[in-house]
Ligand binder design. Sequence first.
Ligand SMILES: NC(=O)c1ccc[n+]([C@@H]2O[C@H](COP(=O)([O-])OP(=O)(O)OC[C@H]3O[C@@H](n4cnc5c(N)ncnc54)[C@H](OP(=O)(O)O)[C@@H]3O)[C@@H](O)[C@H]2O)c1
Length: 335
Amino acid sequence: MVRAKKYVVKRHFQGVPKREDFDVVEHDLPAIKNGEILVKTEWISVDPYQRAYNSRYPTPYDQFGFQLAVVQDSKNPRFPVGSKVVSHKGWRDYTVIDPNAAPTPIDKVYKLPDLKGLSESLSVGAVGMPGATAYFGLLELCKPKPGETVVVTGAAGAVGSIVGQIAKLKGCKVIGFAGSDEKVSWLEKNLGFDNAFNYKTVDAVSALKQAAPKGIDCYFDNVGGELSSIIINQMNLYGRVAVCGSISGYNEDPDKIPKATMIQPALVAKQLKIEGFLVARWHDRWAEAFADLARWISSGQIKVEEHVTEGFDKVFDAFVGMLNGENQGKAVVKV
Ligand SMILES: NC(=O)c1ccc[n+]([C@@H]2O[C@H](COP(=O)([O-])OP(=O)(O)OC[C@H]3O[C@@H](n4cnc5c(N)ncnc54)[C@H](OP(=O)(O)O)[C@@H]3O)[C@@H](O)[C@H]2O)c1
């Protein structure tokens, strides 16, 4: 019998999540049945939606999220002992999984993609859900054309850093906003962004007028709020906005969402197309994104960085650190 640990959210977060909002629960796992596998977690992902979705679930609930694990015992020929699986089983160290039971696309268990020798942690990052988010959100909704100007917020994070680099590969001028001078320098010097700005210190209106004198064609929105209104108000005719997230409001009371300058005049005058999305929309095509992303990363065309926290006991710290912007690139936990 295996004794396992998991993070349970015992009460709804108010503001920044607190350690006391979680219990780490020890429990015995049942013996596996036909079709099931027993896995040991190797990498855990901490992500903004784990904060944003919190109020949707009645407490207590097991903290969901992507993780990479190795199969330790198997009664499922598709996942033999020693193989690696990506699942949405969340913050657990050992898990019994029935790969045939997936109530939603996100719950589907899949084999570790071909990472071409890159770190397996990328399976929960640049070659995982966040990578697919960048890939499909940008290419399917923004549809950037060579020579166009693309702006991305949350630019130094898991999704944003990939968005900007794919846009560069597509021949665009890329402008990013991130929350520290160090991140800004990394985006410009290491990732090849044409311009990056610290949204905490810069006057975004004049920074954009200077960096994008011909206006903005595509905006990949990770943060929402006033910064997004400023960007959308400087867009060109037939510009496209992919709304991926609104992290600037995730720690706010859902009944008191922050207000921002209205964007409707720009939407009308510039005939903009603005579309929100969930990456699960393209779940049956994630493998397509993973193949391109693994190829671009292994060839050096896309650079990845990870903010690694060590230890199952540190998952909460990694989560809050990510919400506070401690991560440059993808925040992951090595179990
Ligand atoms: N639609 C989908 O299917 C989908 C899928 C994945 C992710 N997302 C969304 O994509 C966005 C980025 O996610 P990610 O996984 O790539 O996370 P991430 O960017 O790696 O990490 C979160 C980052 O958010 C920034 N941040 C925190 N508070 C902020 C604020 N008040 N204003 C602006 N930025 C703030 C921090 O960086 P700074 O130092 O720059 O502040 C932090 O590093 C999130 O909105 C997330 O919900 C959506």
